[in-house]
Write a protein that binds this ligand. Structure first.
Ligand code: PGA
Length: 241
């Protein structure tokens, strides 16, 4: 595992964007696994800046996002489809037909998830997967206790995740209770993993995930077994390691 220490959120975002940009330059037709949440917003902003300067071309890139709330239509303000378009896709020259997220409105969870795994398989797998980490150690929506061997599947959100995500909704009641997420197996099959983390509230879980035992109770801890992981974090997030 490589650890890249950044000064602050902006520096972390620039360093994470640098790695993604290098991936795109080295393999213009790469498959990027992308993530939502507060952490990657600055990374996307930096990539958009480089695109606007003419330094980055995403015309051949394909994307697969980690997860999507179950039941939210794509045009819902809090859907991850919407998030990704507002923060990234609408601002760069990515081909809309190469954008993939799990289909949250498909009520047939098994079919929606199997289709998503098939898409990833048909693309030849993920070249670089960007991840955030939850304060409980989740990656994607793989919550503590998640089986390591699952592909894309439907999950019940934990109380801690509902609590963390309610800031984006008008009320706690509106936070969806389920999501479709890539499983740990899907994430582990990515050729490279880039985990971005910022802020003191993540310091303890970063220590547990990367220097504690590998256990389903800390889903991110499985990344210790991945052959090509880069952890990029700011000082506050990395101060315990
Ligand atoms: P955050 O979420 O970036 O909003 O902290 C990370 C996550 O839950 O994976």
């Amino acid at each position: 595992m490589k650890i890249i220490r950044a000064k602050d959120y902006n520096d972390m975002s620039r360093k994470a964007a640098n790695i993604i940009s290098a991936q795109i330059i080295m393999k213009p037709h790469c498959v990027l696994g992308l993530a939502t949440g507060g952490t990657p917003v600055g990374t996307y902003k930096q990539l958009v800046e480089w695109y606007n300067k003419g330094d980055l071309d995403l015309s051949e890139v394909t994307t697969v996002n980690l997860d999507e709330y179950r039941g939210l239509p794509r045009d819902h303000e809090q859907s991850y489809w919407h998030f990704m378009h507002v923060h990234f896709f609408d601002l760069v020259n990515i081909d809309p037909s190469r954008i993939h997220l799990p289909e949250g409105t498909d009520p047939d969870a098994a079919a929606a998830c199997a289709r998503y795994d098939q898409i990833i398989h048909d693309l030849g797998g993920i070249d670089l997967q960007l991840l955030g980490i939850g304060i409980d150690g989740h990656i994607g929506f793989n919550e503590p206790g998640a089986a390591f061997e699952l592909g894309t599947h439907c999950v019940d959100l934990t109380e801690s995740t509902i609590e963390a995500n309610k800031r984006f909704f008008a009320s706690r009641e509106e936070v969806p209770r389920q999501a479709y997420t890539m499983g740990i197996k899907t994430i582990m099959q990515a050729r490279k993993v880039l985990l971005a983390v910022s802020g003191g509230s993540k310091a303890e879980i970063v220590k547990q995930a990367f220097f504690g035992p590998v256990t389903p109770e800390v889903p991110a801890s499985i990344l210790q077994m991945h052959p090509d992981v880069t952890l990029v974090g700011d000082e506050e997030a990395l101060h315990l390691i």
